[in-house]
Design a protein around this ligand. Structure first.
Ligand code: S3P
Length: 447
């Protein structure tokens, strides 16, 4: 539905956001391979998470609501159906993680998805999983995709693209087929799979590689820092690794919370979000807000189910531009639309590089941001692998296009808060992919 977007003076309020999508999807998909039940608190109602649950159910998981929590009972005798077709909807995480599970299981699984998901690259999981021994049938490296699972071979792999979905698919393949898997990364993608396995299972070890001082070749009095390994992170799954089951309590989704933090930043208001996930692989946006000049306070920190969480309060102050590339871009992967929007309200030029992955998200997000920001009168240039944004002038209201992408729809609904005229979004329904209550939460902080 087309929606008139609201403007606001300084936003203000204390809110919570739905449970973390990445953690919830893993909980749902882990239950397919678990030996015991998994009980989940704060499972979110977004469409992507429901798609992961439906997939688990189709593969034999029994789902019950028990006192407001979800109880996921693994398939009887841990046996999957011989054949199944699963509709992953809009959800890349469901499609990619399920590919890993199917590759290492005794199943012939067909994956289908909506128009957007059917355009997204699957070769990144097909290639390594084929090397492990599974068989894949598809036309252009995307959905629809048929997977014939096999007994897989032990595997060591350095990720060619920074992707937690690929890392997780390969770890789940190893879990399903009881074979060892070693994944190495040049950056730090989100590590919810590793944490969840350590929490409700066994057989995973991870290490971060730190640079060490060595003698400088030109001057023995000096030291230089070198990496002792040609990678920065390693996750090792043993052949005995297993999901046993247990309790998972999901913190609020920091990527959803980031929309409301941005609302505070661009209206110079204050928003407090309680019970937000603070896993260090996901907090780059909080660091970004601090670096560009916002006040950020974190309290009530605790770790539950292996995932840190806390209360985050953001107050908007005068913003500064920043250049973003490399590992920083990886850490901000789902928040780049918000980084771009903040830049358009900032005097000076913000440059975002190493963000080519955004071209293959739920939409081509670089083009979507470029299109919408230019409608407001902000100066936004499209680069090969990113964006350059010159902000700081008064921006006008616009008829935004959501490109069917939940994060674009929500990001530009937030932008409208501070524009100098009325704005609309062509279709607000994609917000339900990750946050069905998005406009109600927003309404509660508008002043
Ligand atoms: C996700 C990983 C990221 C992220 C996506 C969810 C996950 O994708 O953009 O929204 O749950 O593993 P990539 O790992 O493909 O970058």
């Amino acid at each position: 539905m087309k929606r008139q977007l609201k403007r606001s003076k300084k936003v203000k309020g204390i809110i919570t956001v739905p449970g973390d999508k990445s953690i919830a999807q893993r909980a749902a998909l882990f239950s397919i391979l678990s030996s015991g039940p998994i009980t989940v608190t704060n499972f979110p109602d977004g469409a992507d998470c429901q798609n992961s649950l439906n997939a688990a159910e189709q593969l034999g998981v029994k789902i019950e609501q028990v006192e407001g929590r979800l109880k996921l009972r693994p398939p009887e005798n841990n046996t999957l159906p011989r054949q199944a077709t699963v509709d992953c909807g809009n959800s890349g995480t469901t499609a990619r993680l399920l590919s890993g599970i199917a590759a290492g299981s005794n199943i012939e699984l067909t994956l289908i998805g909506d128009e957007s998901l059917s355009l997204r690259p699957m070769k990144r999981v097909i290639e390594p999983l084929t090397e492990m021994g599974a068989e894949f049938f598809c036309e252009n490296g995307s959905l629809p995709l048929k997977i014939r699972g096999k007994k897989l071979l032990p595997f060591e792999y350095k990720l060619p693209v920074a992707s937690a979905q690929v890392k997780s698919a390969l770890l789940l393949a190893g879990l399903a087929s009881h074979c060892s898997v070693v994944i190495r990364e040049d950056s730090f993608t989100r590590d919810h799979t590793e944490r969840m396995l350590a929490e409700i299972g066994e057989g995973i070890e991870t290490r971060k590689i730190k640079a060490v001082p060595v003698e400088h070749p030109d001057d023995p009095r000096k030291k230089k820092m070198v990496m002792p390994e040609p990678f920065k992170y390693e996750a090792k799954l043993s052949a005995q690794a297993a999901v046993k089951g247990g309790e998972i309590n999901i913190p609020g989704d920091i990527s959803t919370a980031s929309f409301f933090m941005t609302a505070a930043a661009i209206t110079q208001g204050t928003v407090t979000i309680k019970n937000v996930g603070l896993n260090p692989t996901r907090t780059a946006f909080i660091d970004h807000l601090k670096i560009i000049g916002c006040e950020v306070k974190i309290s009530d920190k605790e770790t539950i189910s292996g995932e840190p969480r806390g209360t985050v309060t953001v107050t908007g102050l005068k913003l500064k531009p920043r250049k973003i590339s490399g590992d920083t871009t990886v850490g901000l992967i789902d928040e780049i639309p918000l980084v771009a929007i903040l830049a358009s309200f900032t005097e000076g030029t913000t440059v975002i590089r190493d963000a080519a992955e955004l071209k293959v998200k739920e939409s081509n997000r670089l083009e979507a941001i470029h299109h919408n920001l230019n409608l407001t009168g902000a100066k936004c240039g499209l680069l090969d692998d990113g964006l350059a944004i010159q902000g700081g002038r008064e921006l006008s209201g616009a008829d935004f296009v959501g490109f069917g992408d939940h994060r674009i729809v929500m990001a530009f609904s937030i932008t409208a808060l501070s524009l100098a005229g009325p704005s609309t979004i062509d279709d607000d329904s994609p917000a339900a992919v990750s946050c069905p209550g998005f406009y109600d939460i927003l309404e509660s902080i508008i002043r």
